[in-house]
Design a protein around this ligand. Structure first.
Ligand code: GRF
Length: 194
């Protein structure tokens, strides 16, 4: 069990690329007294990401990543993570792949949220694909990030029923609502049952 008072919260970095609604839910969670994490820095590979507005609103430092040179960018991230003594990375709709070298060199926990019931429907366009396959259920998963895409150990999942009327858009909205709930729950789970 970690101590939640004082300054010993887990120093966390969140990586985003777009709307950042998961970032928003993580920030709100992090501001709760009993939250095990503190968000110290946000990275975005997209300077127009809407999610950066949450960084601005909550006055959290953010860094825009220019992925023209992949290696150099990852090295820069690693340097910043070290400078800020980051112990946890939360990927939240981050559309870039982290290299094996990066994962090894960081050497600490990296987690991600994915909008499907992993191990089913790894990768992109999950809602479209579950509807095409006439699935009855979908969901969302928080998992550790390892060397293989969407394949690390599962931390928490929420199963959601698909209605006959659902379109990829309505389903995305439904699933996202639960993503915002389970991402903080998964973090609590990690740091209260290490
Ligand atoms: C979420 O559905 C997440 O699961 C996926 O990308 C989406 C990001 O949404 N990886 P947001 O940027 O957090 O609003």
């Amino acid at each position: 069990m970690i101590k939640l008072n004082g300054h010993n919260k887990i120093k966390t970095a969140v990586f985003i690329s777009g709307n950042g609604t998961n970032l928003k839910s993580l920030i709100k969670f992090s501001l709760k007294k009993k939250s095990p994490i503190k968000i110290d820095i946000i990275f975005s590979n997209n300077s127009n990401a809407k999610g950066l507005n949450y960084a601005r609103k909550f006055k959290i430092k953010f860094i825009i990543l220019n992925y023209k040179n992949f290696k150099r960018t990852e090295n820069l991230i690693l340097k910043k993570l070290k400078q800020h003594s980051i112990e946890l990375i939360c990927l939240a709709g981050f559309m870039k792949i982290l290299s094996n070298k990066f994962i090894t060199e960081f050497g600490k926990k990296i987690i991600n949220i994915h909008p499907s019931l992993l191990p089913k429907y790894k990768g992109l366009n999950t809602h479209q694909r579950v509807i095409e396959k006439k699935e009855k259920f979908t969901g969302c998963t928080v998992h550790y990030v390892n060397q293989k895409l969407d394949s690390g150990k599962i931390i928490l999942q929420k199963k959601i029923r698909i209605s006959k009327k659902d379109t990829p858009k309505t389903l995305a909205r439904k699933v996202l609502k639960y993503e915002h709930i389970i991402y903080p729950q998964a973090i609590k789970k990690i740091f209260t049952n290490p």
